[in-house]
Write a protein of this length. Structure first.
Length: 79
């Protein structure tokens, strides 16, 4: 089997990091206020939900790209 390119690893790590950050945001919604010292949404939690959605979308996109790269490598190995 051929070795996967670095692109696969970048995409896989990015997907994992986005999933972890989305979970952290779901568990502790006040991390933005703690880290940056501001409350951009006035305590409504809307920004945190936006961040969770964006991170989840980024995780899905990066995961799909990594999968495509993995399948490309498998296809090249069989030819």
């Amino acid at each position: 089997m051929r070795r996967v390119r670095a692109t696969f690893w970048v995409e896989a790590v990015l997907a994992a990091a986005c999933v972890i950050m989305a979970i952290v945001t779901l568990i502790s919604r006040e991390w933005i206020e703690a880290v940056f010292g501001v409350d951009p949404d006035g305590g409504s939690g809307a920004l945190e939900w936006l961040i969770v959605g964006a991170l989840a979308a980024a995780a899905v996109a990066a995961g799909l790209l990594a999968r495509r790269e993995w399948l490309r490598t498998r296809a090249l190995a069989t030819t």
